[in-house]
Every structure is written in structure tokens, then in C-alpha cells.
Design a protein around this ligand. Structure first.
Ligand code: LMR
Length: 391
């Protein structure tokens, strides 16, 4: 029986880690999987996290189970940052639970969508490949619309997708720092989308995996808050893996917003039972470290300063690529106004291969680059390679 299983391809994004590691060239460049890097090319542990971990080692007196919802102190301390300080529970309509990373949160959210009777999920194209993979694994049909044109987000496509939605449809939207394009909706576009969703029966599922890496913690939450203010129900998938640099510790949260606070316990009990069936309880350490930071004013300020520094460095890289402008056969100008870790450079498949084989520069086959992989030491080399392969 087991030998009837079909060989599955390695995950294309995660496979890039090995491809890059196996390249013996000293001047190779890794623009693959989405991790932040400093100007020196390192992915260090945040100083605020190190300090919180020290505190945890000294003060944590038990590692006994917490339950499927994980560390509710972590879940609740995060809420003012996600939903706004003024009314973080939206008058008792929002509650959350801890999940293993943003992926765990998406898995639970989409499983709840399925359990609630939704049949289809409307997803922009391109999207993070795991979005469609999770839907497929759960037996949810994916309906795609075009995410962006050369000029920015494709509003006609999103209007069309919402207008042609059916009863039983959910929509998966990236809250900020769109992965893989870096092309986010403007605030005016979010205003319009919120209005369109409010007038529809579509359930919004909002994926916020990069808060603080685009324009700022508050700015990056604009669209999510706008949608939540307009609709009766939504699911929110949150990741701390990037904005706290906790990648392998897998730190995320799922929040549900309901119309009537009386339904919240019932809705969340579905998250709890699904978690129990998937991983029982989330790993504790990273979430506990985030909680320790958010409970301490000085550590919170330190974390936010570190996040500001990351964002500013990435804006600097983007400005440098924008200044390069037309480079060989491609235009790097739009990268300057995009957000977060990713942008897509319109390479052909042959050019992606040539960047790897001739220049030792690794990024996804879609042409998605992790701009944080570019440093003062390698950005000129990257621009020269782009000019050479696209000329
Ligand atoms: C990425 O898109 O590179 C990140 O979200 C990491 C991942 O798990 O794919």
C-alpha cells in the first residue's frame, strides 16, 4: 500500500535553500526563501528576543501543557498591534489562539472555512504557493483572479472576482507585503475592497505575515482593519516568524471575528478541536518569548526599533534597485514602491536558470527575489548579472 504513493516534488521554495548551500562559489547570492538578512548577509536573533529568552530561562517554572489554544497571554498581547489599541477585541467580537507559525494559522482557518460549509476560496494569482496547496489538501476549490498589472494591483480583477462570487465563497487576501509580488493595495483601494466585501456574502480570510516590514506596524494593518470594520465575520491569520525573526520556532496566531459575541466561544471551539486533531498544542517557546517582550515596555521599544531598522534597510535596497531603472531588458523601477521582502522581476525561465548557473544567484522560478538578500556587498553584482542575462 505505502508503495502505491506517488513521488512528490520537493517544495520549490524550500529546495532553494539546499541548491544555494550546495553551490561552492564564494560570491553566490541567496534571494530565495523569505528570511530577513542584515547588510552583512546574516539572519541574527533579535536582541529583544535574546533578552526575552534569558528571562524565560530564569523565570519559566514549568513546561506543562497549556491546551490547544497555546499561550493566551501571547495571543492577547498581540491584539492591539493587529486590531488597533482603541478597541482590540472589536467590542468582544474577536478572539484568538496560538498556532505553529502563519502556516498553522492558515491551515486552521481554511479547515474552519471548510467545516463551516464554504466550498470555494477566491485567491489572487500569483499568491504564496502554500495558500493553494493548503486549499487543495482540504478539498477547497480555488478560484483565481489576477493580482497585479504593471501599474499596480489589478483592481478590475478583484472587483470582478467579488462581483462573480457565489454563496459559500471565501476570499484570501494578503494584509500587507504581498508574497510574491510586493504589490499591495493602496489605502483607497482597501477602502473600496472593504465596501465591496461588506455588500457581498464572501467570508474574508486575511493573511498578515509581514506586519511592520512594509511601511510600519500601524500602516501595514490599514487594510485588515478597514475590512474588519466593514464586514460581520472574518478569519485573521498572523505570523510572528518574520517580524520577530522567529522563523524556525514557528510562532503564529489565528483570530476569528464574529458578528455576535455570543457565537465566539462556539466558533473558537472549532479552532481548538481542529488544532487537537492536527498538532494537539502549538510549540510554546517562541510565543512565550514574544509575550515576554510585549509585557515589558523597554523590550517592546527595543523590538520595534529593531523592526524599524530592518524595514529601513529593505527600503534602502529597494531605492537602490529603483535607481538602477532600466537594466538590460528589464525595468527595476517598480521595485522601489513595492513592500516587504519580495518583488517579482519579469525573468524568463531561461534567465532564472542563467542567473543560477552563470552568476550563482538563487531565487524562485517565478522571478520572485527576496530583496533582503541584497547587501551593500552584493547589490552591484546582482544588478550587473540582471543586465547581463536580460540584455
Ligand atoms: C517564503 O515565501 O519564502 C516564506 O513564507 C517561507 C515559506 O515558508 O515559504
Amino acid at each position: 500500500m505505502l508503495n502505491d504513493l506517488k513521488q512528490q516534488p520537493a517544495d520549490a521554495l524550500l529546495a532553494l535553500i539546499k541548491l544555494h548551500n550546495n553551490d561552492p562559489r564564494a560570491d553566490k547570492i541567496d534571494l530565495g526563501v523569505g528570511v530577513y538578512k542584515t547588510a552583512e548577509g546574516d539572519t541574527p536573533v533579535f536582541a529583544a528576543i535574546k533578552a526575552a529568552e534569558k528571562k524565560l530561562v530564569e523565570e519559566q517554572d514549568s513546561k506543562a501543557y497549556l491546551g490547544p489554544e497555546g499561550d493566551m497571554g501571547f495571543v492577547e498581547k498581540l491584539m492591539p498591534y493587529v486590531f488597533g489599541k482603541a478597541n482590540p477585541t472589536m467590542d468582544g467580537r474577536i478572539e484568538g489562539m496560538q498556532t505553529p507559525g502563519g502556516t498553522g494559522s492558515l491551515r486552521l482557518a481554511l479547515a474552519m472555512v471548510k467545516r463551516a460549509g464554504y466550498k470555494r476560496v477566491i485567491v489572487g494569482k500569483p499568491s504564496w504557493p502554500n495558500h493553494n496547496q493548503i486549499c487543495a489538501d482540504l478539498g477547497l476549490e480555488v478560484v483565481e483572479f489576477n493580482h497585479a498589472t504593471a501599474a499596480g494591483a489589478d483592481m478590475d480583477a478583484v472587483r470582478g472576482a467579488i462581483a462573480s462570487a457565489q454563496e459559500g465563497d471565501a476570499i484570501l487576501l494578503h494584509g500587507c507585503c504581498h508574497n510574491p509580488t510586493g504589490i499591495d493595495y493602496t489605502n483607497a483601494e482597501w477602502d473600496e475592497i472593504a465596501g465591496l466585501l461588506a455588500a457581498s456574502t464572501i467570508l474574508p480570510v486575511l493573511d498578515l505575515a509581514y506586519q511592520g516590514l512594509g511601511q510600519g506596524m500601524e500602516e501595514d494593518a490599514y487594510g485588515l482593519r478597514r475590512v474588519l470594520a466593514a464586514v460581520p465575520e472574518a478569519l485573521i491569520c498572523y505570523s510572528c516568524d518574520k517580524n520577530f525573526g522567529l522563523y524556525r520556532d514557528r510562532v503564529g496566531a489565528l483570530y476569528a471575528m464574529v458578528a455576535d459575541p455570543a457565537d465566539l466561544a462556539k466558533v473558537m471551539s472549532n479552532g481548538h478541536s481542529l488544532a487537537r486533531a492536527n498538532w494537539s498544542q502549538p510549540p510554546d517557546h517562541g510565543g512565550a518569548a514574544v509575550r515576554v517582550i510585549l509585557e515589558d515596555e523597554a523590550l517592546t521599544a527595543q523590538w520595534l526599533a529593531e523592526l524599524d531598522e530592518m524595514r529601513e534597510r529593505m527600503r534602502g535596497v529597494r531605492a537602490r534597485l529603483q535607481a538602477a531603472g532600466k537594466t538590460g531588458g528589464v525595468d527595476l523601477t517598480p521595485v522601489g514602491s513595492q513592500n516587504g521582502l519580495f518583488s517579482i522581476i519579469p525573468f524568463t525561465p531561461e534567465q532564472v536558470q542563467a542567473m543560477r548557473s552563470e552568476h550563482g544567484i538563487y531565487f524562485a522560478a517565478s522571478g520572485r527575489i527576496n530583496v533582503a538578500g541584497l547587501t551593500t556587498g552584493n547589490i552591484d553584482q546582482f544588478i550587473a548579472a540582471v543586465a547581463a542575462v536580460t540584455a
